[in-house]
Design a protein around this ligand. Structure first.
Ligand code: SPV
Ligand code: MG
Length: 434
């Protein structure tokens, strides 16, 4: 037994009874090596680090019964299985279900190739363990933590994936949805977009800056109450510069990570209408002044003001878009959003490549609603840092709600539609109770 190697991987920032139990059990089989999941891999599990990799390794090393700590970069254990060649991998039996079950089967196959074995120990679930998890989430939801998380993510992952949320419930979907993707990796969204289009539509109002910031903040607050992920607010035109400076302060104080403002003026219409409606682009000078004033008003280092360029939407050409991008960065913008309503991503890719020739660093944000065939990988390869799925949750919900209403009206009862509806007990599983 003494020469056998037992391996376990920890993704945690705080040790609780469950981890201690794993260590205790592991020692019955041999010498325990603990893997410390890297930040990038941990994020894909929806476990944003509150401690650095070094701090986590230090924490694991300090535990009695741990003989060595190594970094695990691959969530599917490939790197450590090759380097450590453990005789046993020990894990809580919670990995027999959900997205983790896939990971277990990949690990099992790799181990069995050379005669290694999995040890499943009953997952420790009690009030203390739940409290530790809750505390981590509460910490992550604090304004200081949440606000800086977007900048951290931009540094940590190849592309930050953002999904629209317009209510507490859609916030929970953004927060908790975890899948095994086509490449066999576990994945989740990194951040949330509070779209002016969806926030207005949810109130039955047009997307013309009619819903004021006070109302928008209600949505932000509803989402913040039940989530930890960073928030990017669609700030429309940013309004009057004299108002924008106050709004920057408000947003950073409550923990919003970024506001995106677009270079339009007058009555704003949604960009997806393009040139079918009258839309006026702001002058470079005015918009730069707005960006600079916002940056000057800002108190924290982490809040981002991202400048959105409407030149391609308004068919003003690539040169205008690129000229504006440089000017906005010069004025202090922390990022550039370039928008297009073309079906193909070509003009977006061209913009990114041209922009990156001169500017390697400033984050680029895109919203692939129309050019939706392009993959995150292709966009990242062209220099994009943040991809926003700006309205899909609302568009998914609306037709289903409408057909439920029609079915009840047609049949004068709810029986016919019931089999297409999610039982409420499944919906409320998303909702945490204290
Ligand atoms: C929004 O989601 O409100 C946006 C993105 O501004 S778009 O609708 O594509 O203009
Ligand atoms: Mg908008």
């Amino acid at each position: 037994m003494a020469d056998k190697i037992v391996y376990t991987c920890f993704t945690t920032d705080v040790i609780h009874e469950g981890h201690l139990n794993i260590i205790r059990e592991a020692q019955k089989y041999g010498r325990l090596i603990v893997g410390c999941m890297s930040d990038t891999a941990k994020i894909r599990f929806n476990k944003f680090p509150t401690k650095s990799l070094e701090e986590r390794m230090q924490l694991y090393r300090s535990l009695q019964g741990v003989s060595e700590v190594v970094v695990q970069n691959d969530m599917m254990y490939k790197d450590v299985i090759e380097s450590v060649r453990p005789d046993y991998i020990i894990h809580g039996d919670n990995w027999k279900e959900g997205a983790l079950a896939h990971m277990r089967s990949v690990v099992k196959e790799q181990l069995e190739a050379y005669g290694g074995k999995i040890i499943d120990v009953p997952y420790t679930f009690n009030e203390n363990v739940a409290k530790v998890d809750r505390r981590i989430n509460e910490k992550l939801a604090m304004p200081e933590f949440r606000r800086r998380r977007l900048r951290q993510l931009i540094e940590m992952v190849p592309v930050v994936k953002v999904i629209e949320a317009h209510s507490g419930l859609t916030g929970l979907i953004a927060e908790k949805t975890t899948v095994v993707d086509d490449s066999g990796m576990i994945d989740q969204f990194d951040a949330m977009w509070i779209s002016s289009l969806c926030d207005s539509t949810d109130r039955g109002k047009p997307d013309i800056e009619l819903v004021d910031l006070t109302s928008r903040l209600r949505t932000v607050n509803d989402i913040m109450e039940v989530t930890t992920k960073p928030i990017i607010l669609d700030g429309d035109t940013g309004g009057l510069t004299e108002h924008f400076v106050y709004n920057v302060r408000t947003l950073e104080r409550i923990g919003v990570s970024a506001v995106i403002i677009e270079d339009k003026t007058g009555l704003k219409k949604n960009s997806l209408f393009g040139t079918e409606v009258v839309q006026t682009q702001d002058t470079i000078e005015n918009f730069c002044a707005k960006i600079s004033a916002g940056k000057k008003a800002q108190l924290s280092d982490s809040f981002m003001i991202i400048a959105r360029i409407e030149s391609l939407i308004l068919e003003r050409g690539m040169d205008d878009a690129l000229k504006r991008a440089s000017a906005y960065v010069e004025a202090g913008a922390d990022g550039i959003m370039i928008h297009s309503r073309k079906k193909e991503p070509d003009e977006i890719i061209e913009f990114c490549k041209e922009f990156r020739k001169k500017d390697k660093k400033t984050p680029i944000v895109v919203v692939p609603t129309s050019f939706n065939s392009v993959t995150e990988e292709e966009l990242a390869g062209s220099g994009v840092n943040v991809v926003i799925y700006a309205n899909q949750l609302m568009r998914a919900a609306f037709p289903v709600m409408q057909s439920a209403a029609e079915s009840i009206l047609k049949n004068h009862r709810a029986l016919e539609i019931d089999s297409s509806l999610m039982p409420f007990k499944d919906i409320i599983r998303l909702i945490d109770e204290l």
